[in-house]
Write a protein that binds this ligand. Sequence first.
Ligand code: HSE
Length: 437
Amino acid sequence: MKPELRVGVAGLGTVGASLVRQLQSKADLLAQRCGRPIVVTGVSARDRTRDRGVDVSGIQWFDNATDLARFEGIDVFVELIGGDSGPADESVRAALAAGKHVVTANKALLARHGVELARMAEKAGVTLSYEAAAAGGIPVVKTMREALAGNRINRIYGILNGTCNYILTRMEQDGIDFAACLAEAQRLGYAEADPTFDIEGNDTAHKLALLTSLAFGCEIDADAIYLEGITSITRADIEAASELGYRIKLLGVAQKTDTGIEQRVHPTMVPKTSAIARIDGVLNAVAVDGDAVGEVVLVGPGAGGDATASAVLSDLVDVARDNAVPALGLAVSRLKPYEAARMRLHEGGYYIRLAVYDRSGAFAEIARIMAAEGISLESIMQRDRARTQAGEAGAPQPVILITYETTEAAVKRALATITAQNVIAGTPQMIRIEKLA
Ligand code: HSE
C-alpha cells in the first residue's frame, strides 16, 4: 500500500463531524478503494469542548484554521468553515500557498474567488475540489467535469436549495404558511446559518455560478446572476399554479442564448408533468442538457451532514488515487470571459396575479395595455368573485393572467403601465413559466 493520505479538517459542524466519523468508521473500505489509508491528522474548530458525537481525542487540535492549513502533518486541507471571506478564505489560500490539496464545500467562497483559487492551485500543482459545494450529496461537479466532458452543454437547470424546496412543497401539500415552513426547515438543519441566503436565492446563485462555469467553460460570475427569492410567493400563487397544471419551484437556470449566457435564479412555474416538478421536500435535482447525451437528471439530497460529507469523501478519494482534474474542467487560462445575456431579452410565458379594482372597464384597460406591448394572453382567471359582498363594489379582485411566450421587457413595461393606471391595488405578482419536459 502507498503511504497514508493525511487530512486536516477545518470546521466541525454537521458536515465536518460526519466526515471525521465516516473516515474513521469506513477506514478499511476507503483504504481498499484508494490503495492507501486516509487518516485525519489535524482538526480545527471554534470550540474545543463541544461534544460533536465524534472522537477527535487522538487528533492534533488547532484553534486557528490557517495554522492547520500550514501544518506539515497534512497533505490535504478540508475547509468546512463557510463564508466567502475571513477564516475560510485565509485558510484556503494558506493551504494552496503551502502546496496542500484543498477540498471545500464552500460555494460562497468559490462563487466569489473560484477562478483565483483555481489559478493558485494550478500554480502550486495541487488540486482544488468542491463536489459538496453544488447540490450537496449529488455528484454533479464530477458528472459535469468528467462524465459529460464529451458533450457541448446547452442548458443546465435545477433545484439547488433544499430549504426553499422544502418550504414550497410544504406550502403546497399541507397549506402551511411560509414562516412556519422556514422555522421547520431551520429546525431540521437544512437552512444556512443566515436563512436569508436560502430564501432570497443567494445560496442557489452561488451553486449555479459554479455549474455555469463548468457547463460553458467560462469564468465564474455570480454577480451577473438575475436573482429573485421565494419570499413573495403566497399560497394563492401556489393554489392558482396547481389549478393551471403547474408547480412553483425555485430554479437556477443557465442557458446559451443568441446574446450570451443567461444565468437566472427565480421562482418558476414548471408543468406538473415535468421531472423537476416531482422533486419534493429537501431533495435537490439538476438537469443537464448535453448535445450527445440529451438530458440527464440527477436527484438526491442537497443538504444534511452525512450526504454532504459523502461528496467531500469522494474528493478525498480522488486525491488519494492521484486523480487530478482541473478545478473548473479546463486550465484557468483557457476559461472564456463570462458573456451575460440581458435578462430583458429573456423569452418565455408569464403568470401574472393582479388585484384588480372591481369597476367597469378595468379588465378592458389591462387587456389594452397587454395588447399594446404585443403580449398575447393564454388564459385569464378571476378568483374569489363570489366572496364580494353587496355594497363592496370597487374592492380589488384577484385576477390571474397567463401569457403566451413574450419578452421580459414587454411584461415589465406592461406591468409598470398597469400599476400607473390605478386599475390595480398593490404590486403585481409575476412568475416566469418554464416549459420543461
Ligand atoms: N442551505 C442549503 C439548502 C444547503 O437548503 O439546500 C447547503 O447548501
